[in-house]
Ligand binder design. Structure first.
Ligand SMILES: *Cc1c(COP(=O)(O)O)cnc(C)c1O
Length: 309
């Protein structure tokens, strides 16, 4: 049912061969970063839970992945949002539309949550009485539940490295919460010392990301290397030079990357390779997220048309 281990392809670019771990190809609906993090739940017997309760943005990749997971398991998904844009209510698109098609219940509890003065997680824990058999998933899958799926990914990468005969390897992936990068780095530090993990902060800045690592893995020896950002980055904002990089990658490789994380990931990686000579093979992790691309592309096209005038 799942295309695992996910394939690795490669391309020559800028006088170097880049290897790409294609996690976007795991499954038509359940793929990429969130599939890895929620993999543990897929392995559970369906009778273990009645349903999952999630929360976050109405356009989040995790909404779509949780909906796909629940669809596969025959579970109910209640997904709570703080806000749902009126255009999205009228005409669902992207992750939101895909999740609705898979039967997700998207519930706007913003007003009640704000009145309670609690965080969303506290609010759900305290006021939405979880039925026996309902599991609450932290936002973006930022929890130890994610670890077994990420360890499986680390093992796939290491076994590919062995097959290729590479002593050393650099694994690059852009981070949101940093959960994936830090669990990969921990596994490699303990079991495959030839593999380094590089990442960059797409959400909240490098110091915040390092703090997030520490909350999940206390030993800094087991943390990824955080590549510096050329300038502050605001998640979800449009950066025309990043859109051009995304288009170049698509043209050069035929691979569609995601538009929220990958352009910054490639930008940081290329900047580092300019400053530092690196002969170690590089494996870039494609973490899916493509359902969100059409709306980002439409936003870029509107912006570029506006900027022309
Ligand atoms: C969630 C996500 C990330 C970030 O993963 P973290 O483990 O939160 O760092 C990166 N890329 C894509 C496409 C994602 O969906």
């Amino acid at each position: 049912m799942l295309n695992l281990p996910s394939p690795v392809t490669s391309f020559e670019w800028q006088n170097r061969r880049f290897y790409i771990k294609r996690d976007e190809l795991i499954h038509p609906h359940f793929s990429g970063n969130k599939a890895r993090k929620f993999m543990q739940l897929l392995a559970e017997p369906a009778s273990r839970y009645q349903g999952l309760v999630g929360f976050g943005s109405a356009q989040a990749n995790s909404l779509y992945s949780l909906a796909a997971l629940c669809h596969l398991k025959g579970w109910r998904l209640d997904y709570y949002v703080d806000h749902i844009a009126s255009y999205l209510k009228q005409q669902p698109s992207g992750n939101c539309a895909a999740a609705l098609e898979l039967g997700a219940n998207i519930i706007d509890c913003g007003a009640a949550r704000r009145a309670s003065g609690l965080t969303m997680q506290e609010y759900l824990q305290q006021t939405i009485l979880l039925d026996e058999g309902q599991l609450l998933i932290p936002e973006g899958g930022r929890c130890s539940l994610a670890k077994p799926g990420v360890v499986q990914l680390a093992k796939e990468i290491n076994s590919w490295r062995n097959d290729e005969g590479f002593e050393q390897l650099i694994v690059m992936l852009p981070s949101g919460t940093g959960t994936t990068a830090v669990y990969l780095a921990q596994h490699f530090a303990l079991h495959c010392p030839g593999v380094q993990v590089w990442t960059c902060a797409c959400v909240g800045g490098s110091d915040y990301l390092k703090q997030q690592f520490t909350e999940l893995v206390s030993n800094p020896q087991q943390h990824p290397r955080v590549l510096p950002l050329a300038k502050p980055h605001h998640f979800g904002k449009l950066y025309p030079e990043q859109y051009r990089l995304w288009q170049t990658l698509l043209a050069e490789t035929g691979i569609e990357f995601d538009l929220l994380y990958d352009p910054l990931g490639w930008q940081c990686l290329l900047a580092t390779l300019k400053q530092q000579s690196v002969s170690t093979p590089i494996l870039y992790l494609h973490q899916g997220g493509l359902a969100g691309n059409p709306s980002m592309q439409a936003r870029y096209q509107r912006k570029l048309a506006r900027d022309k005038h």
